[in-house]
Design a protein around this ligand. Structure first.
Ligand code: RP5
Length: 161
């Protein structure tokens, strides 16, 4: 793996158990990422500095996860031209608060909002890979292999481990 090309940012340490699934999935596909805890509300100045430096550092996609009043992905998208994928945390109201905060972006500043929780984190990584695969044949191959493996999974139901 080389320099990180996907930035993963979250509003709190408490979001990491969910967002780590994004980093693990990226790693499986051979994609290097950088993860940061930078809240839009609690650390706005440090967040601004990190986001505005991403393009010059060679990043291509940002995954932003947050819960409750989940402003983080929208704030990130407002400060970078890179595609921003939002992951709502399960948080207080089963994630309904987070997803509604995140998905209702005003026209002009898009955030690609994914499912609540782990599924959203994994899919944010896979969507990042699909974006990167447009210009990186190695990532395209990794993603094809991942999908083929998934399609070839056992058809026999297994008891949980
Ligand atoms: C949001 O508030 C964070 O993204 C987190 O999901 C939520 C709660 O944060 P903590 O109180 O656990 O730090 O900003």
């Amino acid at each position: 793996m080389t320099n990180p090309v996907v930035g993963i940012v979250m509003g709190s340490q408490s979001d990491w158990p969910t967002l780590k699934h994004a980093q693990e999935t990226l790693k499986t596909l051979g994609i290097a990422s950088e993860a940061k805890v930078l809240s839009a509300h609690r650390q706005p100045v440090a967040l601004e500095k990190w986001v505005t430096g991403l393009e010059a550092r060679g990043f291509k996609v940002v995954i932003a996860g947050a819960g409750m009043a989940a402003a983080l992905p929208g704030v990130v998208a407002a400060r970078t031209r890179l595609p921003v994928l939002g992951v709502p945390m399960e948080s207080k109201l089963d994630g309904l608060d987070s997803i509604l905060s995140m998905v209702q972006m005003p026209a002009g500043i898009p955030v690609g909002t994914l499912a609540v929780g782990r599924a959203g984190a994994v899919n944010a990584a896979l969507l990042s890979a699909a974006i990167l695969a447009l210009s990186d044949p190695k990532i395209a191959t990794s993603l094809n292999e991942f999908r083929a493996k998934q399609s070839n999974a056992s058809e026999t139901p297994q008891d949980p481990a």
